[in-house]
Design a protein around this ligand. Structure first.
Ligand SMILES: Cc1cc2nc3c(=O)[nH]c(=O)nc-3n(C[C@H](O)[C@H](O)[C@H](O)COP(=O)(O)OP(=O)(O)OC[C@H]3O[C@@H](n4cnc5c(N)ncnc54)[C@H](O)[C@@H]3O)c2cc1C
Length: 326
C-alpha cells in the first residue's frame, strides 16, 4: 500500500478543510482499505470522518429519523425505531456482508461505496472506471454479476449498496457538506450513471462529504427482499425494496427500487404503475415483478438476474403488504 498521511476531523468543517487534491474521506474502511491494498486508489491523505462529533447519532425528528453518516450498519440494525418504522432498511442492512463488517461499515460509506466488480478492484486489470482504459473488461468478459439495466455506458458494474434501494424507496434525503456550505437533496438524485461520469458513482463535488441521511414518515408497509448465492456474505444477485402507501386494503401508490441490477439503485416506474390502485394479491405482485424486469438487457452471463429480480420484487411486495415472510 502506498504511504499516506492520516488526519482525524472533529467537525464536518474540519473534514471539508482537510480534504483536497489527493485526499479521500475514510469511514469504516471496509471498502476503501481493500482498494488501497490493491493500489486501485492511492490517496496521499486519508481524512477520518468517524471522529466527527455526533456523526454516529440516530435522532428522532418531528417528521422521521435523521441518521448520521457515521452510524455503523450494526447500530442501524440494532435500532428498534428503524426496525419497527422502516422495516425495508433493517431487512436490507441485515443482509450486508458479515457481522464483523457491519460493525465497522458506516451508512455514509455504504452509500458512497465503490463498485463490487472484480475487474475494477484488482490492479491486474485496466478499466474505464479506474481511468486507465477506455473500455470495460466486464462487458465481454466475466460479467455474471454485472448490470442488466443501464449497461450501455462505459462501465457495466452494478451499484454496491444493498441499503440504498430501501432508502430511495422510502424517499430519503441526503445532506452533503462542502466548501460552499451544506445542501440536502433526494437520495434518488445522489447516484450518477457511468455515462455521465464513469469515475464516480455519485454527484459529490470536490471535497464534499455526506453528513446525514433523513427518512420521513414511518412506513411499516415497506420491505426488502434479497436473493443471495446460498448463505454467503457476498453481494446479492437480486434485491428489491418496496414501500407501499395503502388506503384501506388498496395500494394508493408504491415505490419499487431494484438493487444489484444497475449502476445506480434502479427505480421501476413500471412495477409501481402495476401496483397503484390495486389490492395486493399474489397475482398483482407477480404482474408487478414481470413489469420490473421489462427492458432488461442482459449481457452474455447474467440473464439469470431477470429471474432473481422478479423473485425479489414479488416477494418484497408480498412481505411489505402482509408483514409475513411465507
Ligand atoms: C466481503 C465483503 C462483502 C460485502 N458485501 C456487501 C453487501 O452485501 N452489501 C453492501 O451494501 N456492501 C457490501 N460490502 C461493501 C462495504 O462493506 C459496504 O458498502 C460498507 O458499508 C462501506 O462502508 P465503510 O464505512 O466501510 O466505507 P469506507 O470503506 O470507509 O468508504 C467507502 C467509500 O466511500 C467514501 N466515503 C465514506 N464515507 C463517506 C462520507 N460520509 N462522505 C463521502 N464519502 C465517503 C470513501 O472515501 C470511500 O471511497 C461488502 C464488503 C466486503 C469486504
Amino acid at each position: 500500500m502506498k504511504a499516506f498521511t492520516y488526519k482525524s476531523a472533529k467537525s464536518e468543517e474540519e473534514a471539508v478543510k482537510a480534504l483536497g487534491a489527493g485526499a479521500l474521506p475514510l469511514a469504516g474502511g471496509t471498502t476503501l482499505l481493500n482498494l488501497m491494498k490493491e493500489r486501485v486508489v492511492e490517496p496521499d491523505v486519508l481524512v477520518n470522518l468517524k471522529s466527527i462529533k455526533g456523526f454516529d447519532r440516530i435522532e428522532a425528528v418531528a417528521d422521521g429519523l435523521r441518521i448520521g453518516a457515521g452510524v455503523t450498519l450494526a447500530s442501524l440494525l440494532e435500532n428498534p425505531a428503524v426496525a419497527r418504522q422502516y422495516p425495508a432498511i433493517a431487512q436490507a442492512v441485515e443482509t450486508v456482508a458479515t457481522p464483523q463488517i457491519r460493525n465497522m461499515a458506516t451508512l455514509g460509506g455504504n452509500l458512497c461505496t465503490r463498485p463490487p466488480c472484480w475487474y475494477f478492484s484488482h490492479d491486474l486489470f485496466a478499466c474505464a472506471k479506474r481511468g486507465n482504459a477506455n473500455t470495460c473488461p466486464a462487458r465481454e468478459g466475466e460479467n455474471e454479476y454485472a448490470a442488466i439495466f443501464a449497461n450501455e455506458g462505459p462501465c457495466v458494474a452494478v451499484h454496491g449498496s444493498s441499503v440504498a434501494p430501501a432508502l430511495v424507496a422510502l424517499g430519503a434525503t441526503v445532506r452533503i457538506a462542502g466548501p460552499s456550505g451544506a445542501r440536502e437533496i433526494p437520495l434518488e438524485k445522489f447516484f450518477a450513471l457511468p455515462k455521465d461520469n464513469v469515475l464516480k458513482e455519485n454527484v459529490l463535488g470536490n471535497n464534499e462529504i455526506v453528513t446525514h441521511i433523513s427518512v420521513g414518515k414511518p412506513n411499516a408497509k415497506s420491505a426488502t427482499y434479497v436473493v443471495n448465492h446460498k448463505e454467503s456474505h457476498d453481494w446479492p444477485v437480486g434485491l428489491a425494496s418496496v414501500a407501499l402507501e395503502m388506503k384501506g386494503d388498496t395500494c394508493a401508490s408504491a415505490r419499487v427500487v431494484l438493487g444489484a441490477v444497475a449502476p445506480v439503485p434502479w427505480r421501476s416506474a413500471k412495477a409501481e404503475a402495476a401496483l397503484a390502485g390495486k389490492k395486493i394479491t399474489a397475482e398483482v405482485a407477480t404482474a408487478a415483478a414481470a413489469a420490473a424486469a421489462e427492458g432488461a438487457l442482459p449481457l452474455s452471463q447474467n440473464a439469470y438476474k431477470i429471474q432473481t429480480t422478479k423473485a425479489a420484487v414479488r416477494r418484497a411486495i408480498l412481505v411489505a403488504a402482509t408483514g409475513k415472510w411465507s
